[in-house]
Design a protein around this ligand. Sequence first.
Ligand SMILES: NC(=O)c1ccc[n+]([C@@H]2O[C@H](COP(=O)([O-])OP(=O)(O)OC[C@H]3O[C@@H](n4cnc5c(N)ncnc54)[C@H](OP(=O)(O)O)[C@@H]3O)[C@@H](O)[C@H]2O)c1
Length: 249
Amino acid sequence: MAPEQIDPTSRLTGRVAVVTGASRGIGRAIALALARQGVKLCILGRDPSKLAETAIEVRRYAPATCFQIDLTVEKQLQPLLQYLQKEGGKLDILIHSAGIIHQSSLENARIEDLDAQYATNVRAPYRMTQQLLPSLTAASGQIVFINSSVGLKVTRPEVGQYSATKHALRAVADSLREEVNRKGIRVLTVNLGRTASEMQEAVHRQEGRTYDPTKLLQPEDVASVIVHSLSLPPTAEVTDVSIRPMIRT
Ligand SMILES: NC(=O)c1ccc[n+]([C@@H]2O[C@H](COP(=O)([O-])OP(=O)(O)OC[C@H]3O[C@@H](n4cnc5c(N)ncnc54)[C@H](OP(=O)(O)O)[C@@H]3O)[C@@H](O)[C@H]2O)c1
């Protein structure tokens, strides 16, 4: 795709973004949508072949650098931190999309699953934000936390562990916003209903439901709301957005 297909009116062109969970699903769609605005991307994930697939798509529009990182292993962030320093030490956009879910009743749940979800869904974005804050401050940047409708209110069983981590993530985002707004940094939480992705396919399988991705929220819908929010002038901050599928099954 020729670069002239980048949105010529975009406020985001030339910005630098880090997107976690970019190897698939919602993170990949966000990376691609940002690339279409001319944003230079650092795309993160564990699966190198899936990351490479995202990179091929993204590079039709904008430069992309892949970082094969397990976010639960703190020292693996080093190459990203060094890369950003080398590029001038500024980061305009940080998107936390990586996440995992384990569903089970409290009675039957494995405590290791709670620990794993805490490590991926709370500790990793917390620590990563902490380490990237100087670069975000230098750019008066924006941070997006991909959260869930069950991070707001729980209306179904067997999501206690996952939902607890997403409630925690919202608390992290809300506190952070109060701390960094004065530095010119904006913080957005995006609460999603069921969105077509491998994660949601697995959730359907586990719940014994038929998976029809066409009836769900699309990753591209989510990406489009995020691009719009990030594109607002610095006089405005979107703090929380809830998006759900139009069809409820
Ligand atoms: N899909 C939904 O219905 C839905 C609803 C509400 C909220 N969400 C939230 O939306 C976000 C994205 O979900 P999705 O549906 O796109 O899920 P997905 O298709 O399962 O993708 C998850 C992404 O997270 C990455 N990831 C997981 N653990 C990681 C780790 N330890 N280190 C690095 N990367 C890791 C995966 O990378 P690798 O595969 O390369 O490891 C993958 O790119 C999550 O935070 C999820 O909780 C999803």
